[in-house]
Design a protein around this ligand. Structure first.
Ligand SMILES: Cc1ncc(COP(=O)(O)O)c(C=O)c1O
Length: 339
């Protein structure tokens, strides 16, 4: 089916799409709950892959349309978004500037230099690692410098979560509808790690638009909050971004507040700090299916999925899709969690 509101949005092809949707047969049998499926967005292809690649396809297309000649973005030190932006910029021939804040109290001797940071540098990005209270000044100084140099920077928000970036996950929603149909199961429940709202907003707006086009019914989207201590923040951000995507694409659709599902039970001590259950979930998927998760996002969200199945929260559901949003590049600086 042609969905013009998706296909008409300017897009730079950067990823290997569609990503595979694969059954987790051994793990499903072991857990004894619904049949589990893994949407392999860790295989989007851009320098170890991940969910930001989908967003960057739209963000860099927008930057090029605006004739930007430098890309600026931000994140935590081990930001997967920053690393994929660095890779996307290398592929598009655009200079990339990253300002990374030391906001995670994870004591590792190579935290500032290994994992994603190693890849950022390898991919040719200009990288500044700063203390959280120096972040605003570093950002302002960078933008001043680029302006003085006569550059036209395109600024991508944290996590690539603007309405432009969120378009990447409308496309993922479309892939999930098509793939579940081809695999002959009812798409009722989708689970993923949620942090800067773009993935969840893109999925919700995407499913709402696809339903309008007569393309099936919208599944429940279960975001697992892996970053916000205040549980009111993320639902509001998701709802706002859904509204922006819907308005920008001219869709006569709406997503109700009760359809913005965020589970706050699995954050533990905070963003970037894996819980015992996170570590156990990473070991479980690695050991039963040979698939790696990460300690900050996908591992925490997968631990939530396992716990919710064990609590019987998916009783009566036949199939659950987990979106593997990537992040394994940071495993190197979390080696101590696995000893
Ligand atoms: C591996 C991984 N999973 C999930 C997310 C969350 O996606 P979003 O920020 O769109 O909510 C991120 C974002 O940083 C990520 O890097």
């Amino acid at each position: 089916m042609n969905h013009a509101w998706i296909s008409d949005a300017p897009r730079l092809e950067l990823g290997f799409l569609p990503t595979p949707l694969v059954p987790l047969e051994r793990l499903s049998a072991r857990l004894g709950g619904p049949r589990l499926w893994l949407k392999r967005d860790d295989c989007t292809g851009l320098a170890t892959g991940g969910n930001k690649t989908r967003k960057l396809e739209y963000l860099l297309a927008d930057a090029i349309r605006q004739q930007a000649d430098a890309i600026v973005t931000f994140g935590a030190v081990q930001s997967n978004h920053a690393r994929q932006t660095a890779a996307a910029c290398a592929a598009a021939g655009l200079p990339c500037h990253l300002v990374l804040a030391r906001k995670v109290p994870w004591p590792h001797p190579h935290y500032d230099t290994s994992g994603n940071v190693l890849l950022d540098r390898l991919l040719g990005a200009d990288v500044q690692v700063v203390a959280p209270d120096a972040f605003a000044d570093a950002r302002a100084a960078l933008l001043d410098r680029l302006e003085r140099d006569g550059r036209l920077p395109y600024v991508i928000p944290v996590g690539g979560s603007s309405h432009v970036g969120a378009m990447g996950y409308t496309r993922c929603a479309m892939e999930l509808m098509e793939q579940s149909r081809a695999l002959e199961f009812a798409l009722t429940d989708v689970v993923h790690a949620s942090s800067s709202a773009g993935t969840q907003a893109g999925l919700l707006a995407g499913f709402a638009g696809l339903v309008l086009d007569g393309d099936g019914t919208a599944p429940r989207v279960h975001g697992i909050n892996v970053s916000e201590v205040d549980p009111t923040v993320l639902p509001k951000d998701v709802q706002r971004l859904v509204g922006e995507v819907i308005a920008e694409r001219g869709l006569d659709a709406a997503v109700a507040a009760e359809d913005v599902r965020l589970d706050d039970r699995y954050l533990g001590d905070g963003y970037g700090l894996p819980t015992e259950a996170t570590v156990a979930a990473i070991r479980l998927l690695a050991g039963t299916e040979g698939v790696l998760l990460d300690p900050v996002y996908s591992g925490k969200a997968f631990a939530a999925l396992v716990d919710r199945i064990e609590r019987g929260e998916f009783a009566g559901v036949d199939d659950v899709v987990f979106i593997h949003t990537g992040g394994t590049a940071s495993l190197a600086v979390y080696d101590t969690a696995f000893i």
